[in-house]
Design a protein around this ligand. Structure first.
Ligand SMILES: Cc1cc2nc3c(=O)[nH]c(=O)nc-3n(C[C@H](O)[C@H](O)[C@H](O)COP(=O)(O)OP(=O)(O)OC[C@H]3O[C@@H](n4cnc5c(N)ncnc54)[C@H](O)[C@@H]3O)c2cc1C
Length: 392
């Protein structure tokens, strides 16, 4: 077959996989187990790793669900650089020679059937450049995947005729602030006038949506070595030094996080002050929803730079937090936000809208406006303080 297997592009920091890589492998495993059963096939989950001396990671990925790992090793891969990463991954994805090493029956292999990237800063860019180079289509920010045979009738793709598209990857993404689903299909043009294949069917996957499978050291697989070649002009961009800027925002050691969203809109400056007061009362860090980091409301320069910034964003575009207590104030609960906080031990939401998604994620939902609720909470907390002190 021309198109076979599911390739997963792995991201890592010096050999340590970023969590979404293992999540993608887990979902790939589940999908391909179902696929192989349904179609009596033997297609593989193939992890693709570029790195500098990280062969151990390649072996580890088999324990996390890969049937095969294509490992390309070079000092040039110490840190990710889009131009060379794109060229090498595209070369790997179109190599029949490599495919034959883990799947001897892949004699007609041209490209992967499916391909996954992570929807983080590196993966979002890399997915678009690799899939551009592979001449296919990309669905970005996906959080649900299904493989189905579909009957499609389309003015251009099928010239208006109903046709069966087998083994189609239905890629779901949350749109309109995460409250509607869009299903994206990457379909070949079967209309003779514009005939053209679109493979791999590819997507980038939102972090923290899928569960990794449990590490199992009895799983068997094969590591295939790839020797990369570089065009000297592609090596002109060099990383001279790389500094990880430590954030002043401390989501890790604080036991509680109080986050606020666009619900502050009626009196932004006063409402941020309320949230900060509540956070101080319980020694919590302050988080925000993504729109807040875009500074949507006028407040003082110092409030804006301290609180309306990307360091504080909770969710797929920001940080994942796992505190004992998460308080969501004026946040609707879009899935991009939920992905960053849903593993919190105990969740309280303050919101006047009972229909808000955040309600389903909450252990306690306080129906009300923050302007009314937070002062009462602070008052109660202050009243409890002497009792708590005595108990200490
Ligand atoms: C690719 C992509 C990535 C994204 N990544 C992230 C991410 O990492 N993190 C993130 O947060 N978002 C992310 N988003 C945006 C996300 O989809 C939502 O648009 C966003 O989370 C909504 O923010 P919000 O809850 O603050 O605002 P809204 O959805 O506008 O909700 C405001 C809430 O405030 C409530 N409210 C109104 N008045 C009051 C009041 N007086 N008191 C209390 N509550 C009140 C309303 O009932 C409402 O529920 C992303 C979107 C995309 C497309």
């Amino acid at each position: 077959m021309k198109y076979e297997h599911l390739y997963v592009v792995i991201e890592h920091e010096q050999g340590k996989p970023v969590p979404v890589s293992l999540e993608m492998l887990g979902e790939a495993r589940r999908l391909m187990d179902g696929y192989n059963k349904k179609y009596s096939a033997n297609e593989k989950v193939v992890a693709v790793v570029l790195g500098n001396n990280v062969r151990k990671l390649a072996e580890e990925l088999i324990y996390h669900g890969a049937d095969a790992v294509i490992y390309s090793d070079s000092p040039e891969f110490e840190y990710s650089r889009n131009v060379i990463d794109t060229k090498v991954i595209s070369a790997i994805a179109t190599s029949r020679e490599l495919a034959l090493k883990f799947s001897p029956e892949s004699t007609d292999f041209v490209k992967p059937r499916y391909m996954f990237f992570s929807a983080d800063n590196i993966g979002r860019q890399l997915s678009s450049t690799v899939i551009g180079a592979l001449d296919s289509g990309l669905a970005s920010d996906i959080n649900k995947l299904v493989i189905e045979d579909l009957e499609i009738r389309h003015e251009h793709k099928t010239k208006g005729q109903p046709m069966i598209y087998e083994r189609t990857l239905e890629m779901y993404r949350p749109d309109f602030s995460g409250f509607l689903w869009t299903t994206i299909l990457c379909l070949d043009n079967r209309n003779p006038a514009i005939q053209r294949d679109y493979h791999p069917q590819a997507c980038s996957i939102i972090p923290a949506v899928f569960a990794p499978i449990e590490r199992d050291t009895s799983r068997k697989g094969i590591v295939v070595d790839h020797v990369p070649t570089f065009d000297p002009k592609d090596l002109q961009v060099k990383i001279i030094s790389r500094k990880i800027v430590k954030s002043n925002v401390d989501f890790d050691s604080k036991k509680a996080v109080v986050s606020f969203g666009r619900g502050i809109k009626d009196a932004p400056a006063d409402n941020i002050e309320l949230v900060v007061d509540l956070a101080k009362e319980i020694n919590a860090e302050v988080g925000v929803s993504l729109p807040i980091s875009k500074k949507p409301f006028p407040v003082s320069e110092s409030t804006s730079s301290t609180y309306m910034n990307s360091d504080r964003v909770v969710g797929t575009s920001g940080r994942k937090v796992v505190p004992l207590l998460y308080i969501a104030v004026g946040i609707s609960g879009a899935m991009h936000h939920l992905a960053g906080m849903k593993e919190s031990e105990f969740v309280i939401a303050i919101n006047p809208d009972e229909e808000a998604n955040i309600k389903d994620e909450s252990d306690i939902f306080i129906k009300g406006r923050m302007e009314d609720v937070i002062p009462i909470l602070i008052e109660e907390l202050r009243a409890l303080k002497p009792i708590m002190e005595v108990r200490k």
